[in-house]
Design a binder for this molecule. Structure first.
Ligand SMILES: [Zn+2]
Length: 218
C-alpha cells in the first residue's frame, strides 16, 4: 500500500496533457517572438481524503485550469497570483466542494532545440522532474500562504524517428511515461504532506503513486 496516491481525473488528464501539447506544437507569442515548444501552467483543484483502509492519503485532482495570462518561454513560465485569486473565487462560488491543491506546468524538449537524442537521455538527466526553480516556486507560494499540496509536471518530447516504448511507471510509480501521436509524454507528481508549520509543508518522503485511469494506470 502506497502512502500517497495522486488520483488524476479524466478532466485533469485531458486539460493538463492537451495544454502541454498545444504549448508544444503551436506557435505562441513570447518576448522572443512567436515560437512553439514553450511551457504552460495551470492550477489543480480537488480534495484530500483517506483510502478505504485508512492507510493512504488520496489526493484527488478533480479539476484543472490553464492560465492564459502567464508569460511563456521555452524553458520557463512566469505567473502571478491574480489568476489564482480569480479562479479560486470562481471555484468557491460554483464548486465549493473542491479546493486548491497546487499547480501543473510543462517541460518541452526536442532533439531540435535541446539536442536530447533519446528518451533515455532525457530520463538520465531527470528533465521530466521538477527543477530547482520549480521547487523554489512551491516554497515561495507556500510562503505567500498557498495551501500547496500537489505539483504535476508534464514533459513532452519529440525526436526525428519515433521508437515505440511501452507505457511505464518511473520513480516508484510517481511518474507515468506514455506515447501519443509521435511524442513521448511523462506525467510526474509531487506531494507536500503533513501539517503546515509556519505555512510550510514538507515534500513528502513517503511513496507517491500516480493513478491515471485514462492511460490504464490504476
Ligand atoms: Zn519545471
Amino acid at each position: 500500500m502506497k502512502d500517497c496516491l495522486v488520483s488524476v481525473s479524466d478532466h485533469v488528464f485531458f486539460n493538463v496533457v492537451t495544454s502541454a501539447l498545444e504549448a508544444y506544437k503551436l506557435a505562441h507569442v513570447t518576448d522572443g517572438g512567436s515560437c512553439s515548444h514553450v511551457e504552460t501552467f495551470g492550477h489543480l483543484w480537488g480534495y484530500a481524503t483517506k483510502d478505504v483502509l485508512g492507510l493512504a492519503t488520496v489526493y484527488r485532482l478533480v479539476w484543472s485550469d490553464t492560465s492564459t495570462a502567464v508569460k511563456r518561454s521555452k524553458d520557463s513560465v512566469t505567473f502571478d497570483d491574480e489568476a489564482y485569486q480569480l479562479k479560486e473565487r470562481f471555484i468557491d462560488s460554483f464548486f465549493p466542494e473542491v479546493s486548491y491543491m497546487g499547480d501543473f506546468h510543462s517541460h518541452p524538449y526536442s532533439l531540435e532545440d535541446d539536442k536530447i537524442k533519446t528518451e533515455l537521455e532525457l530520463e538520465r538527466k531527470k528533465l521530466y522532474q521538477f527543477s530547482k526553480p520549480d521547487f523554489d516556486s512551491v516554497r515561495q507560494l507556500q510562503n505567500d500562504g498557498a495551501n500547496y499540496r500537489v505539483g504535476l509536471v508534464a514533459t513532452v518530447y519529440s525526436r526525428d524517428k519515433k521508437v515505440n516504448r511501452s507505457t511505464a511507471w518511473l520513480d516508484d510509480q510517481s511518474c507515468l511515461r506514455f506515447q501519443y501521436d509521435e511524442l513521448t509524454i511523462w506525467l510526474k507528481a509531487y506531494v507536500w504532506s503533513g501539517d503546515a508549520i509556519d505555512g510550510f509543508r514538507r515534500k513528502t518522503d513517503k511513496m507517491v503513486r500516480l493513478i491515471c485511469p485514462a492511460v490504464g494506470a490504476v
